[in-house]
Design a protein around this ligand. Structure first.
Ligand SMILES: *[C@@H]1O[C@H](CO)[C@@H](O)[C@H](O)[C@H]1NC(C)=O
Ligand SMILES: *[C@@H]1O[C@H](CO)[C@@H](O)[C@H](O)[C@H]1NC(C)=O
Length: 303
């Protein structure tokens, strides 16, 4: 608190010292903008002079050739990217805050705000910081069908963030595996970063769950997505189950058909045996009997 107070005193002292006694220009030295949204560069002229009139307001981005003029000799240019924050600003309005209507990463940086009045000229610097939130990360595995018994990799992607962030990898026990990963950050044309991290996994040291965490430039966690890895090789497992299934599928009919065949054979044998048992029906024996009878009759007729 004391430090802030001292800083504020120094800040006010430099403003007053450098810019004369009739008025001061007070700007918020740090401005925070979000990509794609409005940003306010706040500056106010502080004065006791009732007849102070603003002649010109300009904003110049550091490193840019030309200043963006907002007001000059009573003419208000129609601005789209930058405009006065006060809706119907006029030269008597001491609030010269500027609004960036749609903040871009490229607009981040130091700005010099210059105000010319009938009492003197004033200049202040504003630093605009732009941030953009990373998208919720997505994870995919290579190969697509991953299990804990083979090597592979997890790839985590997150897009559209600024400034450059990091991707961390945490397992289900909270152990950080970021050192085993490799991250690439690519900056798109809009200045936003695409983060892509590859975590290499070795068999027998693979955990069942990994979380990819996006950490922004100030170390804050922006998002996280988990990925679960099958502990049993899923496809092999299915094959294993499939094998035992198919063996039982084969064995069962074999047993059924086998016992049916055995049963049938037994029935056949039994019937065969019974047929053999009724030997009287044997045609040969009948013939022999008949032969015997005929012989007896013959013998009788002879007698
Ligand atoms: C200046 O105007 C803007 C927009 O109306 C407002 O948000 C801001 O608070 C004003 N600043 C001061 C110091 O009045
Ligand atoms: C980082 O994330 C934290 C927590 O979500 C947030 O408060 C902070 O503003 C973020 N910082 C940047 C630079 O995006």
């Amino acid at each position: 608190m004391a430090l802030i107070g001292i800083l504020f005193l120094i800040f006010t002292a430099t403003c007053v010292g450098a810019q004369g006694d009739f008025a001061t220009l007070e700007c918020n030295p740090e401005s925070f903008g979000k990509h794609g949204q409005k940003s306010l560069l706040e500056c106010v002229v502080k004065t006791q002079e009732k007849d102070l009139e603003i002649k010109m307001v300009s904003l110049k981005k550091e490193g840019m050739e030309n200043a963006t003029l907002f007001f000059y000799k009573g003419i208000l240019p129609s601005q789209t990217d930058y405009m006065f924050a006060e809706p119907s600003w006029n030269s008597k309005n001491m609030n010269v805050s500027l609004l960036i209507t749609k903040t871009m990463v490229a607009q981040a940086g130091d700005y010099e705000c210059e105000v010319l009045t009938n009492y003197g000229n004033y200049k202040e610097t504003i630093n605009l910081k732009v941030t953009a939130e990373y998208t919720e990360p997505t994870i995919r595995s290579v190969p697509e069908k991953m299990n804990q018994n083979r090597d592979g990799a997890l790839i985590c992607d997150s897009d559209g963030g600024y400034p450059k962030g990091e991707i961390h990898w945490i397992d289900e026990h909270g152990t950080d595996w970021t050192n085993s990963s490799e991250m690439k950050a690519e900056q798109g044309q809009n200045g936003l970063f695409h983060l892509s991290s590859k975590l290499t996994l070795l068999p027998r040291s693979i955990f069942s769950k990994y979380t990819c965490v996006v950490v922004n430039a100030s170390g804050g966690r922006e998002g996280g997505t988990g990925f679960e890895i099958q502990d049993q090789p899923r496809q092999d497992g299915q094959e294993g189950v499939g094998k035992s299934d198919s063996t039982s599928k084969i064995i069962a009919p074999v047993v059924v058909i086998g016992s049916l065949i055995v049963g049938l054979l037994m029935v056949l044998l039994y019937r065969r045996h019974r047929q053999n048992g009724h030997s009287t029906n044997n045609p040969n024996e009948e013939a022999e009997e008949k032969e015997d009878l005929r012989k007896k009759e013959f013998d009788a007729s002879r007698v």
